[in-house]
Design a binder for this molecule. Structure first.
Ligand code: SF4
Length: 310
């Protein structure tokens, strides 16, 4: 299996080249019910370890072949922060990447460790999963190795946030019957208000999952997004079961109130608003009552004067 995958065009990050630190074998300390890889016993260390020079040689070669890469995305068939040579890897990437940005996708399981924080700190963007803020829910959905402690992860993320100046994105994946309750979203909201990430991506299962679990609809994601404080930049990433949606009519006042509660992306507006309401939204933009802002590759409409950034 190849260490490099892509390039993959991404609306949010540009043209991305993926770096898989565990090609061919799932090596993860979680066994999430929604994982797109096969179920596997969680492990707390890599059993098969790539030499950092073989990863860096592969990246260098790929960057020579593809000269227009916007971002190098470090991930794994499993969990990249378990890779024991992460410090050497990021150091090597920094030396060869030029202007290409770096992103890591992680489950944050060992973020309480100072050496992991030091490595993450060197990425331009860090995207961490956090599906539940309560321990029972966390264990049901992420099925972690028994040496993983949710409170330690939450404290570690807060510590990391204090020092990290890049873009911190939190991904919440919603599974029907597990974390799709308002009380779970409220617990996440309370925690995320302390963490203040740069963006929260709220999604559901989009690919065949490891276990027999189901996604929630777009409408349910939209309802759950309202459990978050309006100051938190929540972005709905999955658009499933949108057949049940009817375009609704919104007056100018209702548009301003709706967007004050939760800024919406142009894609959300297309799904939720009827044609006349979209025209009203355009008028509000022209009048300067609304603005379209960009948050790390995602556009949002919001009332002027409302902050959805930190
Ligand atoms: S953390 Fe990622 S790789 Fe690991 S089990 Fe969960 S979804 Fe799969």
């Amino acid at each position: 299996m190849s260490i490099i995958f892509g390039p993959i065009p991404s609306r949010r990050f540009g043209k991305s080249l993926g770096i898989d630190l565990s090609p061919g074998t799932k090596q993860c300390n979680f066994d999430c019910v929604y994982c797109e890889l096969d179920p596997a016993r969680p492990m707390n260390h890599y059993e098969k370890v790539l030499e950092p020079h073989s990863v860096l040689d592969a990246v260098e070669q790929a960057l020579r072949e593809h000269r227009d890469i916007d971002v190098l995305t470090v991930t794994a068939n499993g969990e990249p922060i378990l890779y024991p040579h992460l410090p050497e890897l990021i150091e090597g990437l920094d030396a060869i990447r030029g202007h290409t940005r770096t992103l890591i996708l992680s489950n944050a399981s060992t973020i309480h460790r100072p050496e992991i924080q030091r490595s993450l700190m060197r990425f331009d963007m860090v995207k961490l999963s956090l599906d539940c803020a309560t321990p029972t829910c966390f264990k049901r959905i992420d099925r972690p190795h028994n040496d993983i402690d949710l409170e330690r992860i939450k404290k570690g993320m807060l510590e990391f946030r204090k020092h990290y100046s890049g873009a911190l994105i939190i991904e919440v994946l919603v599974v029907k019957g597990i974390n799709d309750k308002a009380k779970e979203m409220e617990a996440l909201n309370d925690y995320l208000l302390q963490l203040r990430p740069d963006r929260i991506d709220l999604g559901t299962i989009d690919r065949p999952p490891a276990y027999r679990v189901e996604p929630v609809s777009y409408l349910r994601l939209r309802e759950l997004s309202l459990a978050f404080d309006p100051s938190l930049p929540v972005h709905i990433t999955s658009r499933r079961d949108i057949g049940e949606l009817k375009h609704e009519s919104y007056s100018e006042r209702e548009i301003l109130e709706t967007l004050a509660k939760r800024p919406l992306t142009p894609e959300d507006v297309d799904l939720l608003f009827d044609e006349a309401s979209r025209a009203r939204l355009e008028r509000l933009l022209e009048k300067g009552s609304l603005e379209l802002i960009e948050n790390h590759g995602v556009k949002f409409y919001r009332p002027v004067g409302k902050s959805i950034d930190k």
